[in-house]
Design a protein around this ligand. Structure first.
Ligand code: G1P
Length: 267
């Protein structure tokens, strides 16, 4: 899916790079072959752009290039849940901390969200999830944190529930698709049974570490999150990201103003 002029996965990679990450694993499935081509070099296209003096496009193309051996693709053969998707990458991750980005959660932020988290993680370690307050009636779309101690940006966690109904939710502080996790989570996933929605949940594997010597925390990031997995969220992200681009801003703004006026007049 393209947000303004770049696929969502490119935003995810840019955010990971900004956080200092140099090796990437994509968990993919059938029909996602285009992803591998996208991050490959495109010598013919590059040559053509160079010949035509299109340096700006060449520059954009550079972001899609990966150092050889820095990117791997692993297939999730059956859609058994987010926890299962992460578990599919276990042999590539091996025994070290790793970050998980869900590219359909797009976060606009002055300091990219994962970089904010890495800075906090360097102090605390353990398992850390991005967190954001959501409307209480929306908890059933998220993993939700049971707060032990609220220190502002960082929240220590005594429980995590995947997609609870509003009445059962321990708070309205929801997990957003950025995680920094340790190898214990992969071990937990190894034995995990399916949870909410019949899926193997990453939330449950993280929650299993609560009470052990691995601290589990939520991180309230600074920034605006868009749920690009929903039509409305994707459209809002498109407008917001386009308005932040100087070359698009004026045209788009005058169009939005015109549409809003017509809409108001019709009321
Ligand atoms: C996943 C996670 C959930 C998290 C959400 C954030 O759910 O399972 O805990 O709150 O991402 O977007 P999904 O949206 O894939 O159903």
């Amino acid at each position: 899916m393209t947000l303004v002029d770049r696929p969502l996965v490119q935003y995810a990679i840019d955010e990971a790079r900004a956080a200092g990450i140099k090796e990437f694993i994509f968990v993919t499935s059938r029909g996602k072959g285009a992803l591998e081509d996208y991050f490959d070099h495109a010598p013919v296209l590059e040559q053509e752009l160079r010949k035509k003096g299109k340096d700006d496009l060449l520059e954009i193309l550079k972001d899609t290039n990966m150092e050889s051996g820095a990117i791997a693709y692993i297939r999730q053969h059956r859609a058994l849940g987010l926890g299962h998707a992460v578990w599919c990458a276990r042999r590539l991750i091996a025994n070290e901390p790793f970050a998980v980005i869900l590219p359909d959660d797009v976060i606009a932020a002055e300091t990219p969200c994962l970089k904010q988290m890495v800075e906090a993680y360097e102090e605390i370690g353990g398992n850390m999830v991005a967190a954001m307050e959501v409307a209480p009636e929306k908890t059933s779309s998220y993993g939700v944190l049971d707060i032990k101690e609220d220190m502002g940006s960082v929240v220590s966690v005594k429980g995590m529930v995947e997609k609870p109904k509003a009445v059962d939710a321990p708070s309205n502080l929801a997990v957003i698709g950025r995680y920094i996790l340790g190898p214990s989570v992969l071990r937990n996933l190894q034995q995990l049974k399916s949870g909410a929605g019949g899926e193997i949940q990453l939330t449950d594997a993280i929650a299993q570490d609560i009470g052990s010597d691995v601290p589990v925390s939520g991180y309230r990031f600074k920034g605006e999150r868009f749920d690009c997995g929903s039509k409305a969220g994707f459209l809002q992200a498109t407008v917001s990201f386009a308005l932040s681009r100087p070359e698009l801003r004026d045209d788009l703004m005058s169009y939005i103003t015109k549409v809003a006026q017509v809409d108001k007049a019709a009321e």
